[in-house]
Design a protein around this ligand. Structure first.
Ligand SMILES: [Zn+2]
Length: 97
């Protein structure tokens, strides 16, 4: 059997959920009315083409790679073998970077 407090909580949660959903619709309608969504769609069509996304991805890789290559493509200082995936060396077990 559900206790009275639990039932009250469920009712409050349901009411809160309905209010939240109603406000969600209102917020979406407000965004459409204020032109934010049409602006975002125009922005996506104008700037986020396939070429632009490719260039952005390439830039991200280029920007991220210097720090990563240092950690991933370095040689072990103990046995001087290629060391991948952090400080641990699988050849000699060294944890020095
Ligand atoms: Zn090593």
């Amino acid at each position: 059997m559900l206790s009275l407090r639990l039932r009250k909580t469920i009712v409050l949660a349901l009411v809160g959920g309905v209010i939240f959903l109603a406000n969600l619709v209102l917020i979406t309608a407000w965004l459409v009315q204020s032109g934010v969504i049409s602006w975002a769609q125009t922005f996506r069509e104008e700037f986020l083409t396939g070429t632009a996304i490719t260039i952005l991805a390439a830039l991200m890789i280029l920007l991220v790679s210097p720090g990563r290559s240092e950690a991933m493509g370095s040689n072990c200082p103990v046995c001087d073998r290629s060391q991948r995936g952090g400080r641990y060396c699988k050849h000699c077990g060294s944890t020095r970077a």
